[in-house]
Design a protein around this ligand. Structure first.
Ligand code: UDP
Length: 195
């Protein structure tokens, strides 16, 4: 599909159903190489100005969707293009609704205890398999250990919710160790799923 450039960041012109189709192919059609997904919001654009590694992580993402109306507006003003919204929560919920019991999900992020609740709710509401859970307040020196844990879990889908920048750079740097075919940086989504 079409990829726009907003400042120096990529933005894919993709509808929510098209994004869900693509992620489904990445998860369930061989070969299952890791793919990173960024849901771009204006806060990322501002914050990444002083964080070159955040810019690099977004530039090498396999899919960049518009998280909300702010990004849609920016694309209209700066690129003259209408970009559909495909927010992180809608992507995650859509994947769980579509794939249910065949989907193994790792919940990585939020405060201790929250990912457990999110996983329980997702298993109850959508029938997904819980590949594993881990909170998002570990020291960067623990990154490799946590990535190994995820890599050993056999997840199709990793929800990385550790705050803007941290979640995208973590997914990008550790993608081969994380191993799952879809890695989504998804901000507050674990909190929302936890209710
Ligand atoms: N979070 C985390 N580790 C951190 C910072 C944040 O797991 O070091 C979680 C936080 O608990 C929340 C999500 O990341 O579930 C988004 O946090 P916040 O809205 O503060 O981040 P932002 O995206 O606004 O930077």
């Amino acid at each position: 599909g079409t990829r726009l450039t907003l400042f120096d960041l990529p933005l894919d012109v993709v509808t929510l159903p098209q994004a869900l189709d693509l992620l489904g192919e990445w998860m369930f059609r061989a070969p299952r190489a890791p793919h990173t997904v960024v849901t771009l919001n204006p806060e990322f654009i501002v914050q990444s100005r002083t964080q070159p590694e955040f810019v690099a992580a977004m530039q090498s993402a396999d899919l960049v969707t518009a998280d909300g109306v702010g990004t849609v507006w920016a694309a209209r003003q700066l690129c003259g293009q209408e970009v559909p919204r495909a927010p992180g929560y809608d992507l995650v919920r859509g994947l769980m609704e579509r794939h249910g019991p065949e989907l193994r999900v790792f919940f990585l992020g939020a405060k201790p205890g929250v990912a457990e609740r999110a996983a329980q709710n997702a298993a109850r509401d959508f029938g997904v398999q819980v590949a594993g859970v881990h909170h998002g307040y570990f020291d960067p020196s623990e990154d490799g250990r946590v990535a190994d844990l995820v890599g050993a879990s056999g997840a199709h889908l990793v929800l990385t919710a550790m705050g803007a920048g941290r979640q995208e750079t973590f997914n990008q740097y550790w993608r081969q160790v994380l191993g799952a075919p879809v890695l989504i940086g998804c901000g507050g989504v674990i909190d929302v799923l936890a209710g």
